[in-house]
Design a binder for this molecule. Sequence first.
Ligand code: BGC
Length: 501
Amino acid sequence: MVVFLDRASFAPNTNSWCLSGSMADVPKDLLQEIKKLEEQFTVDTSKLKQISDHFVTELEKGLSVEGGSIPMNPTWVMAFPDGYETGTYLALDMGGTNLRVCEITLTDNKSEFDIIQSKYRMPEELKTGESEELWEYIADCLQQFIDTHHGDTPPTEGGKIPLGFTFSYPASQNYIDEGVLQRWTKGFDIAGVEGENVVPMLEAALDSRGVPIKVSALINDTTGTLIASAYTDPRMAVGCIFGTGCNAAYMENCGSIPKLAHMNLPADAPMAINCEWGAFDNEHKVLPRTPYDIIIDKESPRPGQQAFEKMIAGLYLGEIFRLVMVDLHDNKDIHMFEGQDLKQLRKPYSLDASFLSAIEDDPFENLQETADLFSDKLNLACTRPELELIRRTAELIGTRAARLSACGVAAICKKKNMQSCHVGADGSVFNKYPHFKARGAQALREILDWPAKKSLREEDPIEILAAEDGSGVGAALIAALTLKRVEAGNLAGILHPENFR
Ligand code: BGC
């Protein structure tokens, strides 16, 4: 048996990719297609810089009274934790893929917590179903959690249990305990929710079941990530999610938020901003979109929205790849998958980011795992040169996502004039996609012109690090911080302060 091992696969910067020995065998017309894809998907240093600079202006625009594409939503989270927060809190995390209910206890030991949690799958049909079905499903999950973990003794005598609701969609908030959905993202498309405050919707479903819970804070996953990460690391200045969707939050000064001027808040008071940067460049001024990105947008439930997110987030990476493969079969002279039935591959959204991860992770020189993947999942047999093209396409898509992500991080740091800090990041793409971290770090280095490291162990001035659990622990901390704020008499942006007493 011949065992092929040790494929050199690392490509932090697409420009530095070099042909492996096996590439020499790739026919000329196929090599030409690879070259074309490289031209379409490569974002070079000067483009990265141009994108980041434009990003800074767009962040500022979002904070202005007139506004811009990036919502820059004030969250009414007005402090960082000091590590000494305490108490037990309930949190609900409604992300793109799962639903999670947690009970978090912030213990008396600095920066420590205990957590019990249950995960529930978010049924696919709910994402495009009726509003009531969504809230009823969530209320049922909460009820199940309470029944399992609290039996018949609710933690607050006679009263309702306060809940931190991590609702990871763009929502405008005049108060921390409300959230008006601006638009669905991540493939959700449920009528009757956009433009509405989602808190009473969830509470109505809870009330009708007699579940003793009230929503005390509505939180974005990025804000939760920022706060949870700062709980254990005071150098954390930005919270990011690179998962099914992508976004970031950071702490702004109220004096730099013109659209909040009417509130007369102290200029130096901190306010966490949920950027909703997925909407960056909805007007298509700088992002180098390929024909595949244009199709993704056109076929999505919200065309014209989330231009940046659609090039980066996990929901779309597999679909971009699928569109390239179908195009190579249908429209090019290279006869990719010649004579084979493409039925499986033609199904929209049939490949997710983990499919691309698996291709990039294939350690074998002959790309055997990739060949098996195509055969098992798509019923397609690939020639060796086709496998090389497949691998290179995955690398290009994954590398572009990481490099574009770095533009957002660099923009926030530039806007806040932060030369050095930690950025807490979470999400399936950040945690699981091969080389995403190293490619992002390389792009930051290029954008910010850092000199070469003196040793491998030396930290970068801005490091993107794995975050603490934002949607659980972050939500609990935000509830604790809000409680502290109510006790201190600062009731700005709190609709029902009585829920915190
Ligand atoms: C949502 C954000 C969220 C991000 C990551 C985006 O689609 O609009 O609110 O933070 O996904 O979950």
